[in-house]
Structures are given as structure tokens and as C-alpha cells.
Ligand binder design. Structure first.
Ligand code: FES
Length: 167
């Protein structure tokens, strides 16, 4: 007596049996997952290099945690090229406060943790969530925050092209 073996077919085999080419199958897989899963999303990601490593944006070193120690190639970090610019880098926010002067603070508002921004006109930092304001030293200028932001040390290379930020 002949026993009937249950047939199993993988997803790819099934789709191929429908006469679909490999490239068409890949398109199905991409659409079936997320729109970014099969493409390069790094070009659209404004967040520079969280964590460690050297990226095309010129940031290398440790940008998160308690042992912050990284360098920024200012010829590549476009957000910091001109005075008044700022850039969130890992757990920090680095601002080009005046020509050749840089400030680095914790990016995390001490009120409820929102990422702060730099205001060049006021030369201070402001949280967009509830309006806390911090000086360039991290001190609270305006509540509801009551605790200062952590300030990091900044050092500019003699050629002015590399900024080092350390805890
Ligand atoms: S989270 Fe920043 S002011 Fe509330």
C-alpha cells in the first residue's frame, strides 16, 4: 500500500511556482516587511553616530554613557560649521556658540528627558517640551527643570578642525 507523504513547500518555492521572478519576489518581501528594510536608510537619518565608531559624519569615539570621549571633524560635521549651529551627538548636544567656541552639554532635559535645542540669539539652551532654559554652563535659567545639565569639556585642535568632547 502506498502511503501519501504530505507535501511541504517553502514560501519562496510557492511564490516561484506562481511564475514570479527572483526580483519580483524580492519586491514582495520588501513590501511585506517595512519600506526601509531593503533600502539604505542611512542617507535619510539625521541622527549622527549614536554609540561608538567612526562615521562618515566625522564623529569618532564614545558618544553615549558615562565615559563620553569623542572627536568631531568639524570639516565634516555640517551642523557645527558656522557659529550658532548645534548638533545632537549621542547623549550630548554640541553648540558652536561663537567663532571658535564650543559648548557640550547633556542633551537630556533634567525635567522629563526631552532633547533640548540651542538658541543662538539667546546663547542658551531651551527644552521644547515645557520651556526650561539652560545657560551654556548647563545651569537652569528657567524652570520647570530644577537640576543643571551635565556639562562636558571641549577642546579645539590648533588648526581648528577637530573638536574633542570629554566627560
Ligand atoms: S521635559 Fe524639558 S521642560 Fe519638561
Amino acid at each position: 500500500m502506498e502511503t501519501h507523504k504530505p507535501e511541504t513547500m517553502k514560501r519562496g518555492e510557492f511564490l516561484r511556482s506562481l511564475g514570479l521572478s527572483t526580483s519580483t519576489l524580492m519586491a514582495f518581501y520588501c513590501i511585506g516587511t517595512t519600506m526601509t528594510a531593503c533600502g539604505s536608510s542611512s542617507d535619510n537619518d539625521p541622527t549622527p553616530d549614536p554609540g561608538t565608531g567612526t562615521g562618515t559624519n566625522g564623529i569618532s569615539g564614545t558618544t553615549t554613557g558615562s565615559a563620553i570621549n569623542f572627536t568631531v571633524d568639524l570639516t565634516k560635521a555640517t551642523g557645527l560649521a558656522a557659529a550658532g549651529g548645534f548638533q545632537v551627538i549621542g547623549d550630548t548636544i554640541v553648540a558652536h556658540t561663537a567663532s571658535g567656541s564650543y559648548v557640550a552639554l547633556s542633551k537630556t532635559c533634567t525635567h522629563e528627558g526631552t532633547t533640548i535645542g540651542f538658541r543662538p540669539a539667546q546663547n542658551d539652551f531651551r527644552c521644547p517640551n515645557h520651556g526650561s532654559e539652560f545657560s551654556t554652563t548647563g545651569a537652569v535659567e528657567e524652570g520647570p527643570a530644577t537640576t543643571a545639565l551635565k556639562a562636558y569639556k571641549t577642546a579645539l585642535s590648533t588648526d581648528g578642525n577637530t573638536l574633542t568632547v570629554t566627560a
